[in-house]
Each structure stands twice: as structure tokens, then as C-alpha cells.
Design a protein around this ligand. Structure first.
Ligand code: AMP
Length: 205
């Protein structure tokens, strides 16, 4: 099962992926975490990431697509992947579909965590203190929110058209949100076992 956890910065994507990965035996993959690890190594990719993230901008599609390709090829025997922070462009979404279809797999569901901007800003300032992320400043955060709006506007319609999109209220406590996502995943798993793989979930379009 391959699931994209989608949402604006500070919506709780990372928290949800960690909570859900162990319960469903899925691998949680965060392109943001991989890029921060590159930055810690001071690699060429890490330097490109730092230049982009200082402005709240995205890094080039080809870099993150390559990172995901390596993970998918290594981890294809797992039950599936929870994608956190990927895809962030239509090019990435289509590349992901192509890579998965080469393995006889597909994206099964796209969970959008819906949280209002004011709440996101509050969470971001809390996280700036607890995690010390250099892109969690009020100015950079606004650029990241704007970048999110831009890529959400092209990616969400793509997944909605395939009937894969499920919106979840992400403003609640993490365990309450996780319980809702778990329900959606279980419904999808039941649908799979009744109809065989390849069927789309019957969730809201
Ligand atoms: P995140 O931790 O997911 O919020 O990602 C932090 C930063 O990493 C983003 O603001 C981007 O600069 C970069 N990044 C992470 N994932 C991607 C992606 N899929 N495409 C482009 N840039 C990304």
C-alpha cells in the first residue's frame, strides 16, 4: 500500500507518518529529512537544499525524484511506503506513478491534512523552538506556505481526478488525527481484499 501524506508545512505530516508507519508496517519516507541529512553531510545536494530552503523554495524535481527512485528500488519488498513531503509538483507526482507502475504498484490514497494558516503559524513558532529548523522563521514560513498553495493547486486536482484524495481535519490532536487516517487506511485495505488490488478506494473524490 502506497500512501501520500499531503499538507502545508507544520500540518503534522511527519508526526502522522511516524505514528502510522509502525501500525501498518509501512516505511515512512520524508524527502525533507533526507535533504536535511544531506545538508548535515555538507554534500552538493545538501548545499543546493540549503540555498533553496533559506528562501522557502523547492529543490529541483530531478534531485528528489532520484532520491525516491533509490528508496523504492531498495524497499520494494516492504508492504508499502508513506510519502511525507513528496510529491511537491506534478512532474514529481507523474514520475512517482511511473516508478511505481514499473514495480506493478501504484499510489493507493492521498491524505490531505487540512489546517488553517493561523494554526500552522502557531505550530511553526513552537517547532522553531523545539526543533530549531532554520526554515521555521515567520518570513520563510510565508514563502513555504505560498509554495504549498502553488503546488497543491496542481497536485490535488490530479489525485482528485483519480478518486484517490481523502481530506482529514489536521487541526486536532495527533492521536485523534491518526485514528481518522487509520480508519481510512483500513477501509482501503478492506476494499483491496474484497475487490483485489487495482481497485480505487471508494473515499470522497
Ligand atoms: P519539509 O521538511 O518536507 O517541509 O521540507 C523542507 C524543505 O525541503 C522544503 O521547503 C524544500 O525546500 C525541500 N523539499 C522537501 N521535499 C521536497 C520535494 N518533494 N520537492 C522539492 N523540494 C523539497
Amino acid at each position: 500500500m502506497n500512501i501520500v501524506i499531503f499538507g502545508p508545512p507544520a500540518a503534522g505530516k511527519g508526526t502522522q507518518c511516524k505514528l502510522l508507519a509502525s501500525s501498518f508496517n509501512l516505511l515512512s519516507v520524508s524527502t525533507g529529512d533526507m535533504l536535511r541529512a544531506e545538508a548535515a553531510k555538507d554534500s552538493e545536494i545538501g548545499r543546493q537544499f540549503e540555498a533553496a530552503s533559506r528562501k522557502g523554495q523547492l529543490i529541483s524535481d530531478d534531485i528528489v525524484i532520484d532520491m525516491i527512485r533509490q528508496i523504492i528500488n531498495d524497499e520494494q519488498k516492504k508492504a508499502g511506503i508513506l510519502y511525507d513531503g513528496f510529491p511537491r509538483s506534478l512532474k514529481q507526482a507523474k514520475a512517482l506513478d511511473a516508478m511505481l507502475s514499473g514495480l506493478g504498484q501504484k499510489i493507493d490514497m492521498v491524505i490531505e491534512l487540512v489546517v488553517e494558516d493561523g494554526e500552522l503559524e502557531k505550530r511553526m513558532s513552537g517547532r522553531a523552538i523545539s526543533e530549531g529548523r532554520s526554515d521555521d522563521t515567520p518570513e520563510i514560513f510565508q514563502s513555504r506556505l505560498q509554495a504549498y498553495r502553488n503546488y497543491a493547486a496542481e497536485i490535488l486536482p490530479y489525485y482528485k481526478a483519480q478518486g484517490l484524495h481523502v481530506a482529514i481535519d489536521g487541526s486536532r490532536k495527533p492521536d485523534v488525527v491518526a485514528a481518522d487516517i487509520s480508519k481510512a487506511i483500513k477501509a482501503l485495505a478492506n476494499n483491496h481484499s474484497q475487490n483485489g488490488p487495482g481497485m480505487l478506494p471508494s473515499g470522497p473524490a
